[in-house]
Design a protein around this ligand. Sequence first.
Ligand code: MN
Length: 228
Amino acid sequence: MKTTLFPARVPPVIPVTGQAGFPVARIFCVGRNYAAHAAEMGQEVDRESPFYFTKSAHSVLLSGQDMPYPPRTHDLHHEMELVVAIGEGARNIAIADAFSVVTGYACGLDMTRRDLQAAAKDKRRPWDTGKDFDNAAIIAPITPAGQVADLASLPITLTVNGEMRQTAMLSDMVWSVPEIIADLSTLYTLMPGDLIMTGTPAGVGAVVRGDLMEGRIGDLAPVIARVV
Ligand code: MN
Protein backbone atom coordinates (compact mmCIF):
# COMPACT_ATOMS: atom_id res chain seq x y z
CA MET A 1 0.00 0.00 0.00
CA LYS A 2 1.17 3.51 -0.72
CA THR A 3 2.10 5.47 2.39
CA THR A 4 0.42 8.68 1.18
CA LEU A 5 -2.77 9.03 -0.84
CA PHE A 6 -1.09 11.36 -3.30
CA PRO A 7 2.37 12.88 -3.62
CA ALA A 8 3.02 15.66 -1.08
CA ARG A 9 3.17 19.10 -2.67
CA VAL A 10 6.72 20.18 -3.35
CA PRO A 11 7.45 23.66 -1.96
CA PRO A 12 8.37 26.43 -4.37
CA VAL A 13 12.11 27.06 -4.66
CA ILE A 14 13.42 30.62 -4.94
CA PRO A 15 16.68 30.96 -6.91
CA VAL A 16 19.63 32.28 -4.89
CA THR A 17 22.36 34.14 -6.75
CA GLY A 18 25.41 31.87 -6.99
CA GLN A 19 24.01 29.25 -4.58
CA ALA A 20 21.53 26.39 -4.41
CA GLY A 21 17.85 27.34 -4.30
CA PHE A 22 15.78 28.29 -1.24
CA PRO A 23 12.78 25.99 -0.60
CA VAL A 24 9.97 28.04 0.93
CA ALA A 25 8.32 26.94 4.18
CA ARG A 26 6.22 29.75 5.67
CA ILE A 27 5.68 33.37 4.64
CA PHE A 28 5.21 35.91 7.42
CA CYS A 29 4.09 39.42 6.48
CA VAL A 30 4.41 42.58 8.57
CA GLY A 31 1.49 45.02 8.62
CA ARG A 32 1.85 48.81 8.64
CA ASN A 33 5.64 49.01 8.78
CA TYR A 34 5.97 52.37 6.99
CA ALA A 35 4.21 55.31 8.65
CA ALA A 36 3.25 56.96 5.34
CA HIS A 37 1.55 53.76 4.12
CA ALA A 38 -0.31 53.31 7.41
CA ALA A 39 -1.56 56.90 7.03
CA GLU A 40 -2.80 56.32 3.46
CA MET A 41 -4.76 53.32 4.77
CA GLY A 42 -6.33 55.52 7.46
CA GLN A 43 -4.32 53.96 10.29
CA GLU A 44 -1.63 54.97 12.71
CA VAL A 45 1.47 52.92 13.37
CA ASP A 46 1.43 51.19 16.73
CA ARG A 47 5.05 51.46 17.86
CA GLU A 48 4.21 49.23 20.83
CA SER A 49 3.81 46.06 18.80
CA PRO A 50 4.17 45.02 15.17
CA PHE A 51 1.48 42.70 13.80
CA TYR A 52 1.61 39.92 11.30
CA PHE A 53 -0.39 37.90 8.82
CA THR A 54 0.72 34.93 6.75
CA LYS A 55 0.61 33.63 3.21
CA SER A 56 0.90 29.99 2.20
CA ALA A 57 4.15 28.90 0.56
CA HIS A 58 1.95 27.78 -2.30
CA SER A 59 0.98 31.38 -3.02
CA VAL A 60 4.49 32.04 -4.39
CA LEU A 61 4.89 33.22 -7.98
CA LEU A 62 8.47 33.51 -9.19
CA SER A 63 9.47 36.89 -10.59
CA GLY A 64 9.40 36.98 -14.37
CA GLN A 65 6.20 35.00 -14.66
CA ASP A 66 2.79 36.39 -15.57
CA MET A 67 0.27 36.87 -12.74
CA PRO A 68 -3.23 35.81 -13.78
CA TYR A 69 -5.73 38.40 -12.50
CA PRO A 70 -7.18 36.64 -9.43
CA PRO A 71 -10.85 35.77 -8.95
CA ARG A 72 -13.44 37.51 -6.73
CA THR A 73 -11.74 40.92 -6.81
CA HIS A 74 -12.10 44.20 -8.69
CA ASP A 75 -9.29 45.93 -6.80
CA LEU A 76 -5.99 44.05 -7.04
CA HIS A 77 -3.23 46.10 -5.37
CA HIS A 78 0.56 46.01 -5.50
CA GLU A 79 2.61 46.25 -2.29
CA MET A 80 6.36 46.40 -2.94
CA GLU A 81 8.37 44.91 -0.04
CA LEU A 82 11.79 43.77 1.15
CA VAL A 83 11.75 40.00 1.67
CA VAL A 84 14.04 38.46 4.31
CA ALA A 85 15.03 34.81 3.82
CA ILE A 86 15.68 32.87 7.04
CA GLY A 87 18.47 30.28 6.84
CA GLU A 88 18.78 29.12 10.45
CA GLY A 89 16.41 28.37 13.30
CA ALA A 90 15.62 31.13 15.79
CA ARG A 91 13.58 31.25 18.97
CA ASN A 92 13.62 34.24 21.34
CA ILE A 93 16.64 35.58 19.49
CA ALA A 94 18.12 38.91 20.61
CA ILE A 95 17.93 41.90 18.28
CA ALA A 96 21.73 42.05 18.32
CA ASP A 97 21.95 38.46 17.04
CA ALA A 98 19.07 38.54 14.57
CA PHE A 99 21.05 39.24 11.38
CA SER A 100 22.91 35.94 11.95
CA VAL A 101 19.88 33.87 10.88
CA VAL A 102 19.32 35.79 7.62
CA THR A 103 20.59 33.94 4.57
CA GLY A 104 19.60 36.60 2.05
CA TYR A 105 17.27 39.31 0.80
CA ALA A 106 14.91 39.63 -2.12
CA CYS A 107 12.45 42.00 -3.73
CA GLY A 108 8.84 40.89 -3.34
CA LEU A 109 5.27 41.92 -4.07
CA ASP A 110 2.58 41.34 -1.43
CA MET A 111 -0.32 41.26 -3.90
CA THR A 112 -3.60 42.11 -2.20
CA ARG A 113 -7.28 41.77 -3.07
CA ARG A 114 -7.93 45.14 -1.42
CA ASP A 115 -11.72 44.95 -1.71
CA LEU A 116 -11.81 41.61 0.11
CA GLN A 117 -9.35 42.86 2.73
CA ALA A 118 -11.44 46.00 3.30
CA ALA A 119 -14.63 43.96 3.69
CA ALA A 120 -12.88 41.69 6.20
CA LYS A 121 -11.61 44.71 8.15
CA ASP A 122 -15.13 46.17 8.27
CA LYS A 123 -16.49 42.95 9.74
CA ARG A 124 -13.47 42.38 12.00
CA ARG A 125 -12.75 39.15 10.18
CA PRO A 126 -9.37 37.65 9.18
CA TRP A 127 -7.55 38.98 6.10
CA ASP A 128 -6.78 35.61 4.54
CA THR A 129 -8.92 35.91 1.42
CA GLY A 130 -7.50 39.37 0.75
CA LYS A 131 -3.89 38.36 1.23
CA ASP A 132 -3.37 34.61 0.81
CA PHE A 133 -4.43 33.42 -2.64
CA ASP A 134 -2.85 31.89 -5.73
CA ASN A 135 0.20 33.87 -6.96
CA ALA A 136 -0.18 36.48 -4.18
CA ALA A 137 3.49 36.43 -3.14
CA ILE A 138 5.69 37.36 -6.10
CA ILE A 139 9.33 36.78 -5.16
CA ALA A 140 12.53 37.71 -7.02
CA PRO A 141 15.81 35.75 -6.79
CA ILE A 142 17.50 35.99 -3.38
CA THR A 143 20.80 37.83 -2.97
CA PRO A 144 23.04 36.27 -0.27
CA ALA A 145 23.17 38.44 2.85
CA GLY A 146 26.96 38.71 2.65
CA GLN A 147 26.61 40.67 -0.59
CA VAL A 148 24.25 43.26 0.89
CA ALA A 149 26.00 46.11 2.67
CA ASP A 150 24.14 48.70 4.77
CA LEU A 151 20.62 47.46 4.18
CA ALA A 152 18.89 50.51 5.67
CA SER A 153 20.51 52.85 3.14
CA LEU A 154 18.86 51.16 0.16
CA PRO A 155 16.00 52.76 -1.79
CA ILE A 156 12.84 50.72 -2.47
CA THR A 157 10.78 51.55 -5.56
CA LEU A 158 7.96 50.18 -7.67
CA THR A 159 7.00 51.22 -11.17
CA VAL A 160 3.89 50.17 -13.11
CA ASN A 161 4.32 50.45 -16.90
CA GLY A 162 7.43 52.53 -16.19
CA GLU A 163 5.60 55.07 -14.02
CA MET A 164 6.81 55.47 -10.42
CA ARG A 165 4.18 54.35 -7.89
CA GLN A 166 6.09 53.62 -4.68
CA THR A 167 9.37 55.09 -3.49
CA ALA A 168 10.97 55.15 -0.04
CA MET A 169 14.11 54.16 1.82
CA LEU A 170 14.39 50.93 3.82
CA SER A 171 15.42 53.19 6.72
CA ASP A 172 11.79 54.43 6.71
CA MET A 173 10.65 51.09 8.15
CA VAL A 174 9.05 51.50 11.59
CA TRP A 175 10.40 48.10 12.65
CA SER A 176 13.91 47.26 11.42
CA VAL A 177 14.77 43.83 10.05
CA PRO A 178 16.48 42.63 13.27
CA GLU A 179 13.62 43.99 15.39
CA ILE A 180 11.08 42.08 13.27
CA ILE A 181 13.07 38.83 13.44
CA ALA A 182 13.53 39.13 17.21
CA ASP A 183 9.84 39.84 17.77
CA LEU A 184 8.61 37.09 15.40
CA SER A 185 10.92 34.62 17.13
CA THR A 186 9.00 35.17 20.38
CA LEU A 187 5.78 34.08 18.61
CA TYR A 188 7.07 31.33 16.33
CA THR A 189 10.11 29.09 16.12
CA LEU A 190 11.62 30.48 12.94
CA MET A 191 13.06 27.79 10.69
CA PRO A 192 15.17 27.63 7.54
CA GLY A 193 12.86 28.22 4.57
CA ASP A 194 10.78 30.91 6.26
CA LEU A 195 10.35 34.21 4.42
CA ILE A 196 9.41 37.52 5.99
CA MET A 197 7.74 40.21 3.87
CA THR A 198 8.59 43.37 5.78
CA GLY A 199 5.78 45.73 4.83
CA THR A 200 5.17 48.25 2.06
CA PRO A 201 5.84 51.98 1.70
CA ALA A 202 3.16 54.48 0.68
CA GLY A 203 1.82 54.54 -2.86
CA VAL A 204 -0.05 51.24 -3.04
CA GLY A 205 -2.63 51.12 -5.80
CA ALA A 206 -4.54 49.04 -8.27
CA VAL A 207 -3.20 47.13 -11.27
CA VAL A 208 -5.23 45.81 -14.17
CA ARG A 209 -4.67 43.23 -16.90
CA GLY A 210 -1.72 44.18 -19.08
CA ASP A 211 0.11 46.17 -16.39
CA LEU A 212 3.83 45.48 -15.94
CA MET A 213 5.10 45.81 -12.35
CA GLU A 214 8.82 46.27 -11.68
CA GLY A 215 10.11 46.58 -8.11
CA ARG A 216 13.67 47.37 -7.07
CA ILE A 217 15.69 47.59 -3.85
CA GLY A 218 19.26 48.79 -4.37
CA ASP A 219 21.18 46.22 -6.40
CA LEU A 220 18.97 43.24 -5.49
CA ALA A 221 17.46 41.34 -8.40
CA PRO A 222 14.26 43.19 -9.35
CA VAL A 223 10.80 41.66 -8.99
CA ILE A 224 9.01 41.80 -12.32
CA ALA A 225 5.56 40.52 -13.20
CA ARG A 226 2.86 41.30 -15.72
CA VAL A 227 -0.80 41.00 -14.76
CA VAL A 228 -2.64 39.00 -17.41
MN1 MN B 1 2.17 44.13 2.73
